[in-house]
Write a protein that binds this ligand. Structure first.
Ligand code: ASP
Length: 421
């Protein structure tokens, strides 16, 4: 009883921290005069250090946790056939939900017409320094690590996944001959899960500081000319998150979507606050396991994969941005342009890393594919942070829904855990 009370308290605490941090941030932005105390001590000092400290603690866990739990997961699944089946199903789900997301975005944006009537001068354009996105061929090649330790040091998720799967499969094959190594990985994995729980206890403080800092720096006046664009992105995100995902979840698993969202909300809030899919990997795996009954054998593989390649929220932003920029510049898009957008935004989503703002970088690839000016990114850059937060929450929800479906199909979902409050 007491334990249950404590459990509810953590997600409630994160929620309270989110709301109160946002309010405090807005108050600071509008009512606290600029100066040493506000800028250096409070926002750039206390909020920054505690907030970033918390993100770093979560990031610290990602590589060792993903590596160990994936080794353990693939080792216990053992046969490559099942792993291959899980992998193919997951990738199909990921691609399908991304294409679906872009279609929703294009549909919503075509109805709302966010760029019609916008005067290019009214939007405060930021300086665009768009980095070159990695080509598709290189993205594909980079999956094979030249140096696994180097990949781990850089936090490159796909090569880590490949190497971990390889290690796990061979450990299963070697059996008792390699029992010391197998035991090491499973014990290290337990240690990482303990560490995740320990770090999560300070989540409310971290979330409070992160959100207070973000909101104290956001000027809302930049939002005004962009309200239609923001509204279109938010509407499409909501349809994807609360409509499409939940429909898919129900159709494939018969699980109660409302219960799913209720249980997953703390992870969504964390993704919203940090705008970093990668940092949510440990929390997502933990929540899916303890609250939904999804076996870590599946989630240790599909969640890091999804955090790296499945960015439905990002592709929604890109779909709406394409329409917005085309309309703002008065360029008409043909139906075949739309198809090109669906294809390139799906690829862009694979190439988008799970860290803040990268979706804007890969947007240039989508714009170029249909001949739109990449300078258009400057129009949306100023207000992108808040949308980045929202789309990150959708990105990781998509990964969790697909993971739950694939777990159900492979009999690795414990429904009794999901049924518990
Ligand atoms: N921030 C997003 C994520 O981590 C990526 C992006 O859209 O910029 O999932």
């Amino acid at each position: 009883m007491a334990k249950e009370k404590k459990k509810i308290a953590l997600s409630t605490k994160i929620f309270i921290a989110l709301i109160s941090g946002a309010l405090l941030g807005v108050l600071i932005h509008y009512f606290m005069p600029n100066g040493y105390f506000r800028d250096t001590v409070l926002v750039g000092g206390i909020f920054y250090v505690i907030g970033q400290g918390f993100i770093r603690l979560m990031q610290m866990l990602v590589v060792p946790l993903v590596f160990c739990s994936l080794v353990c997961g693939s080792m216990s699944i053992g046969d490559t056939k099942t792993l291959g089946k899980v992998g193919i199903k997951t990738v199909i789900f990921y691609l399908f939900t991304t294409a679906m997301a872009i279609c929703i975005a294009l549909g919503v944006a075509s109805l709302i017409n966010p760029g019609i009537g916008i005067s290019l001068e009214s939007v405060k354009a930021a300086d665009v320094t768009v980095a070159e996105p990695t080509s598709f061929a290189d993205t594909l090649l980079n999956i094979i690590p030249k140096n696994p330790i180097g990949s781990m040091a850089n936090g490159d998720m796909l090569p880590i996944i490949v190497f971990a799967l390889f290690v796990g499969i061979l450990l299963a094959k070697m059996g008792s001959k390699a029992s010391t190594v197998s035991n090491f990985f499973s014990q290290f994995n337990d240690l990482m899960m303990e560490m995740t729980m320990a770090v999560m206890t300070i989540a409310p403080i971290g979330v409070f500081c992160l959100i207070a800092k973000t909101f104290s720096e956001i000027g809302f006046s930049a939002f005004l000319p962009m309200l239609k664009y923001m509204g279109a992105v938010i509407l499409a995100l909501a349809i994807q998150c609360f409509g499409s995902y939940q429909a898919l979840l129900f159709v494939f698993t018969r699980l109660n979507p409302i219960r799913f969202i209720k249980k997953f909300v703390p992870v969504m809030m964390f993704a919203f606050t940090t705008a970093t899919s990668n940092a949510t990997i440990p929390m997502s795996i933990d929540t899916l396991n303890k609250k939904m009954g999804v076996s870590k054998k599946i989630s240790s593989f599909t969640i890091p994969l999804g955090a790296t390649v499945n960015m439905d929220g990002t592709s929604i932003m890109q779909g709406v941005a394409v329409i917005f920029i085309a309309q703002a510049y008065g360029i008409a898009l043909t139906p075949s342009d739309m198809l090109t957008v669906i294809a390139t935004a799906t690829i862009a989503s694979i190439g988008t890393a799970g860290v803040p703002s990268v979706g804007l970088v890969t947007l240039s690839m989508v714009l170029t594919s249909v001949g739109l000016p990449t300078e258009g990114i400057a129009l949306i850059m100023g207000i992108d942070r808040i949308l980045d937060m929202m789309r990150t929450a959708v990105n990781i929800t998509g990964d969790a829904v697909c993971t739950t479906i694939v777990a159900h199909q492979n009999k690795m979902l414990d429904r009794s855990v999901f049924a518990k409050d």
